[in-house]
Design a protein around this ligand. Structure first.
Ligand code: UDP
Length: 319
């Protein structure tokens, strides 16, 4: 089995590559190293079962060649991270819309099963107790960068779903909730690597807003295992799945938990949203996944809890 991973040098893509190689598969990793990092995949360079291609999903000829040479596609390449989206709105949109369109078009041309990672940002400001895949989206103006990201990923989902419905292409859509683990950087927003880095350096922990907003976190190892099980399950085709962790926690509590586990003397500093992102920025107050659908299909239950996640990130950063 030869698998193409777009975004293969990224945080999740590189872990997925490791797991597939461990299983004896071959991988092609396409990445333009905009947010992906060479260090994430350096250990597989030179292996006969791994090929790294430096390039963009916007290069249709390149994508055509790679898709023609693989058996299936994990489409992970995207502009991600709230901070990045706010800072580079145009590039983000182009990658997430035009890039995805190219990848789907080629998957269809060569009839290759494709899994696309979408996002819990799809639900926007919906603060339901548990967000179900069929729940409504509540989003703000598309002129706000955060919501334009949600719109772009919604278009990816529509593309995937329509290729399945209209053309019978085996597509699987996965809405990733907050995914964390080694190799993730805090440069583009991601809260846990940021808090850990601040705690390790004994710097103030920057909690945005009033810190009462909540999230659930899932370890990247649990996530990649589920992605593989999903693409290999025929009943995943034409469907969308939430994939996320358990244990809702507020950002203020998370800051304290991380300071404790690091054994740091860092203090919490509350930063207004306008200062942290941009004027008029809207956060999501709450984001809790309903994972019933994915549990039913592939028996998904996360094996690693929040403390294990935090400890892994601490170990990675200290290393
Ligand atoms: N956050 C924070 N301090 C930081 C970075 C993020 O308080 O230094 C908050 C952010 O405002 C959000 C939550 O942590 O409420 C999760 O942010 P992240 O960017 O990790 O993911 P999101 O869930 O927003 O996509």
């Amino acid at each position: 089995m030869k698998t193409l991973i777009t975004g293969g040098a990224g945080f999740i893509g590189s872990h997925l590559a490791d797991r597939l190689l461990e299983r004896g598969d071959k991988v092609i990793l396409l990445d333009n190293l905009s947010t992906g990092r060479y260090e994430n995949i350096q250990h597989v360079i030179g292996r006969s079962d791994a090929e790294f291609v430096l390039g963009s999903i916007l290069n249709a000829d390149l994508v055509d060649d790679l898709v023609s040479r693989c058996d299936r596609v994990f489409h992970l390449a995207a502009a991600v991270g709230v901070q990045l989206i706010v800072e580079k709105p145009l590039e983000s949109l182009q990658t997430n819309i035009r890039g995805s369109e190219i990848v789907f078009e080629k998957a269809h041309k060569y009839t290759k099963p494709i899994l696309v990672t979408s996002t819990s940002e799809i639900y926007g400001k919906n603060t339901s107790d548990k967000l179900h895949e069929d729940d409504d989206r509540i989003i703000g103006s598309p002129l706000k960068s955060r919501w334009s990201y949600s719109e772009a990923k919604a278009i990816d989902e529509i593309l995937a779903y329509t290729y399945w419905r209209a053309k019978g292409l085996p597509t699987t859509i996965v809405r990733l909730f907050n995914t964390v683990g080694p190799r993730q950087t805090g440069r583009y927003g991601m809260v846990i690597p940021r808090f850990v880095q601040q705690a390790v350096r004994e710097e103030p922990i920057t909690v945005y807003g009033d810190g009462r907003q909540t999230r659930c976190f899932c370890h990247v190892t649990d996530v990649v295992e589920a992605l593989i099980a999903l693409i290999e399950h025929p009943e995943s085709h034409g469907r969308v799945f939430n994939l996320g962790g358990e244990g809702e926690i507020s950002m203020a509590e998370l800051a304290t938990r991380i300071v404790d586990r690091v054994g740091s003397s860092s203090k919490i500093r509350y930063v207004p949203y306008d200062e942290a992102y941009e004027e008029g920025f809207e956060d999501m107050e709450r984001r809790v996944p309903d994972t019933g659908r994915i549990r039913e299909l592939i028996g998904f239950t996360p094996e690693r809890d929040l403390d294990a996640i935090i400890d892994d990130v601490i170990a990675f950063q200290r290393q």
